[in-house]
Structure formats: C-alpha cells, structure tokens
Design a protein around this ligand. Structure first.
Ligand SMILES: *Cc1c(COP(=O)(O)O)cnc(C)c1O
Length: 369
C-alpha cells in the first residue's frame, strides 16, 4: 500500500469548473485586482468571520505587509516562536525589525508563559503561529499584548478554519495572515496570501500598500509594494473554498483515528501526541507527533510506502541565517527537542481509513508492538 503526502493531483483531477470560469474571465481580462479577487476576498473574510480580507502575493507578504502597515520597522523587536517555518521570521526581517525567539511548549506552540521574559523596551509586536493548524493561546497572548501596549499579528498560514471557542484564528489580533500555497488548507495553483482584519483603517492602508501606495492611477499616497493576489488564482480559490469544510472534517476524522490508536498503552514512551484542548478546533494542516528514534522511524515508513516527513529538523534560532543574533544550542530546549523528534504522518482528505490504519500498523511494527 502507498500512503502519499500530497493530495494535489486528486484535488485537481477534474478542473473543468475552473476552466469554465477562466473562459468567462478571458472575455473581461481584468487580470489584476479584478472581479474574481473581490469575490474571493469577500468569501474569505466571511469564512473566518472577519470584516475585511485583503489578497496579497504570498503568506509571507501577508505577514510582512501587516507588520509594515502597523508601523513596525527598523529598531523594533517582534516576538516569534523558535519552532516555526522560516517565513514567520523572514517576514519580520523583511520589514527591518528584529525577531526575538520564544520557546515552544509541549503543545508545539509558542509558550505564552515565556513571552513576558522576552519583552524589552524595543518590543512592538507579538507574532504567534497557529502551528500545524492548532490555535496558539490567543486569550493569554492578547491579554499580554494589551498590558504592554503591543500589537498582535497572527501567523495563521497553516490554520484557516481553526477556532478557539468558536472564534476563528486570524481575528484575535490586529491582523491575521493566511497563505494559499498549494499545500495549505485552502490552496490555489501557485502563490498567494490573505490578510484579515476588522479594522477599516488598516484595511484601507493594506489595500494601498499592496498596490504601490497608489490612490487611483496617478496619485501615490504612501510608498508600498507590488504584492497583489493574482486574479487567475482567485478563480481557483473560489472553487476550492467550496470544499474547505469537508476537507477539514475529513482531516480531523483521520487525526482522531491516529490519536486514538496512539493512546493505546503500547505507544506510551515512544509516540507522544501533543495535548489537545477541547475548546480549540485544530484543523490538522499537518498531523505531527513526537517519536523516539525519529530518523529511523522516518526511513522505515518511507521504505513501507508511507510518505512521512519532518517539519522541520532545524529550529529557527539555529539556522545559519540566524547566526547574527548569536544563539546557541540549548537556548530554546523545547524547540530543539521538537526539531529532533517530531514526525509528520500523512493525514489529508483523499486518504482512506485503510491507509491511516496501515500507517498506524507500520508505526507499531517499527516499535515491535
Ligand atoms: C506557509 C507558511 C508561511 C508563508 O506562506 P507563503 O504563502 O509560502 O509565503 C508563513 N508561515 C507559516 C507558518 C507557513 O506555514
């Protein structure tokens, strides 16, 4: 049996409805900031219960432009988790600010109890990440931000649809950044990003920034960039968004199957499922656990046709690019532990229960269970 990680060939096996929309679009040719993008932005905002959604060139730009619009730049510090994808950190560097790392907790998310100790007189923003589709501790993080006069930008690139007590991630802070990269929960045929906000002034500023700061054709209100969500990709997004709820439900159901199996006695001490909170809806962008003898397990599973992966083997503070900040091994022990021990098992919407069970049985076989 094969258990692939990617689902894109199945997702787009029948692209006729998309092609049909493209044919209509080609009669109008409003290639940039066109009708489809406006419709997609509307549906995207509605899907997370935000007032506004602004389409930009990538999830990374969604983060960077949010920071820029909130006035964060050179001389400022932004709190980020040490355990994340490079883009979280890169976006902070892109606006000229300094990323300040905070360790992860056992739930693989930024440890909110360690943020206060990382604050300095230069700290301007908190940038939590909803890692793997699990919500970070937003109530605590927002309380801290309020107490210290900081802004919150959420990296929700992996977490469209995730909620805390029914409230969508991306709507707790001043702005929430999402990605439509092909492997994210709602994806298109290339790059793109979405910023959601409830703040009308911020919405207006972001619309200017993504389009050279131009007010109409001739007047430049402020210096911006060219980072527009592609109208052609919005057509794909409008089709894929219809399947979002079903996709999330299927992934959650597979994740529960894994969780239940790994809760059995035999797996104690070899597989650790991160703690789940009842009030949190985890959309399972990635199904990640920690595993003893991780690298051997990874190779074994690959040999059995199971496309397991590692997200990611090097924590952000130990990346060569981060050398300028002088971190060393031991600075963020949980992030380092996770980098050494996490494994991602296939968990997408086109897998069958048989494929999940096969994966579980091969993990058990590896540990001699
Ligand atoms: C994918 C991702 C991003 C960046 O999104 P792009 O669209 O690839 O630029 C940022 N943060 C996290 C956590 C991501 O997973």
């Amino acid at each position: 049996m094969r258990v692939p990680f990617s689902f894109l060939k199945e997702q787009f096996a029948d692209p006729e409805s998309i092609f049909e929309r493209i044919r209509v679009f080609l009669k109008r040719c409003d290639f940039t900031l066109g009708q489809e993008l406006q419709e997609f932005e509307k549906q995207y905002a509605a899907s997370v219960g935000a007032r506004f959604a602004i389409g930009v060139g990538s999830g990374t730009d969604a983060l960077a432009l949010s920071l820029k619009a909130l006035g964060i730049g050179p001389g400022d510090e932004v709190i980020v988790p040490a355990h994340t994808f490079i883009a979280t950190v890169g976006a902070v560097v892109q606006v000229g600010a300094r990323p300040v790392f905070v360790d992860a907790g056992r739930d693989h998310l930024i440890d909110a109890s360690k943020i206060a100790a990382a604050l300095t007189s230069q700290t301007r923003a908190l940038l939590p990440v909803h890692w793997a589709g699990a919500p970070a501790a937003m109530p605590e993080i927002c309380k801290l931000a309020e107490a210290h006069g900081l802004v919150v930008v959420e990296d929700a690139c992996q977490a469209l649809g995730a909620r805390i007590n029914g409230q969508h991630v991306g709507t707790f802070g001043a702005a929430g950044a999402f990605s439509v990269h092909p492997l994210k929960p709602l994806h298109v045929w290339g790059d793109g990003g979405m910023i959601v906000t409830n703040d009308a002034a911020l919405d207006e500023k972001l619309r200017l920034i993504r389009n050279h700061g131009m007010q109409g054709r001739d007047v430049v209100a402020l210096y911006g960039v060219n980072s527009r969500f592609d109208n052609l990709q919005a057509i794909v997004g409008l089709e894929v968004i219809k399947t979002l709820d079903a996709t999330i439900d299927k992934r959650i159901s597979h994740a529960r199957r894994y969780d239940k199996a790994f809760a059995a006695k035999g797996f104690a001490g070899v597989i650790e499922v991160p703690p789940r909170q009842g009030s949190h809806k985890h959309v399972v962008h990635l199904y990640i656990v920690t595993a003893s003898r991780r690298d051997e397990l990874l190779q074994f599973l690959k040999g059995q046709g199971i496309d397991a992966k590692v997200h990611y083997p090097i924590p952000q503070h130990l990346q060569p690019a981060a050398e300028v900040w002088g971190h060393k091994v031991g600075d963020f022990p949980m992030a380092e532990h996770l980098a050494r021990n996490t494994i991602t098992l296939p968990c997408h919407q086109y897998l069958s229960e048989e494929q999940i069970d096969y994966t579980i049985s091969k993990v058990a076989e590896f540990y001699g269970l």
